[in-house]
Design a protein around this ligand. Structure first.
Ligand code: DGL
Length: 272
């Protein structure tokens, strides 16, 4: 007897385009899972919002979405939100939530020089959650946390096809490259889901080669574990990929083209 195959619909949530780094990986590891991408672009950037504002926004948007759609799990593909909202979301909604937080532990395991840096939004950098990760997993390392005030925005600009000056990227990431007691930074945590989307630009703007740590693959493995996903089925189920935004400014042709390119044919506004 053939086993009944469950088809999943997973919401990948971010303030903007950053969650696409997780969505790409999800498609890679589980091509038969449908993705509902949700960008709270009305609230972008999340990097400057307070914890209370983040809890309010994410609850409202995720709540609005799951009231309309059958969603099996939500990935909060945003470090800035995940470092504060997961408890509140799990309390309010009964479906599984998976978050993305700075990959400090893998970075501490990878470094050869004991000198690592974290690139993230100002919100993520100042969170106790991030501080605790450093104390728990990288107490033996020299850690440089770098608050990037504009990098997520530059990523959005680049992805929508406009020119981003290399000098602007350098300005954001230069403080991550340090020399401490003769040891140079060799490992840099990408602590915002936007950053892996411009990896080549980051590599070009680096004064020396480093390992950039992208947590997407580990996040997706965690999600598939939570779902008890058993691998793409032989008789592949067709997945459907939809995207929704909270502000119609995202419906301009350049941004619609980004979603189309990423495999999201259907782009709508989630009215709350
Ligand atoms: N992509 C989000 C993150 O991982 C944040 C971008 C923003 O809204 O500032 O932190």
């Amino acid at each position: 007897m053939t086993k009944a195959v469950k088809s999943y619909n997973v919401c990948v949530f971010d303030s903007g385009l950053g969650g696409l780094s997780v969505a790409r990986e999800l498609r890679q590891q589980a091509p038969d899972i449908s993705i509902t991408y949700c960008a709270d672009n009305a609230g972008f950037p999340y990097g400057n919002l307070s914890p209370d504002e983040l809890i309010e926004r994410t609850s409202k948007v995720v709540g609005g979405l799951i009231a309309r759609e059958q969603i099996d799990a939500v990935v909060i593909a945003c470090n800035t939100a995940s470092t504060v909202v997961m408890g509140a979301l799990r309390e309010r909604f009964s479906l599984p939530f998976v978050g993305v937080v700075p990959a400090v532990k893998p970075a501490a395991e990878m470094t050869r020089t004991g000198t690592i840096s974290i690139l993230a939004t100002p919100g993520t950098i100042k969170r106790d959650y991030t501080q605790n990760l450093i104390e728990q997993f990288a107490s033996e390392c020299h850690v440089t946390p770098v608050a990037c005030g504009n990098l997520a925005h530059l990523c959005e600009v680049h992805l929508s096809g406009q020119l981003v000056e290399q000098a602007d990227i350098i300005l954001e990431i230069a403080p991550a490259f340090v020399e401490h007691e003769g040891n140079r930074t060799d490992t840099v945590v990408l602590g915002c889901t936007h950053y892996p989307l411009v990896l080549e630009m980051l590599e070009r703007a680096s004064p020396w080669p480093v390992w950039f740590v992208n947590p997407s693959a580990a996040v997706v493995r965690r999600l598939l574990d939570v779902l008890d996903y058993e691998g793409p089925v032989k008789e592949a189920i067709n997945s459907t990929n939809r995207a929704c935004l909270t502000d119609s400014k995202g419906l301009d042709p350049a941004l619609s083209a980004v979603f189309l390119r990423e495999g999201f044919q259907n782009l709508t506004i989630l009215s709350l």
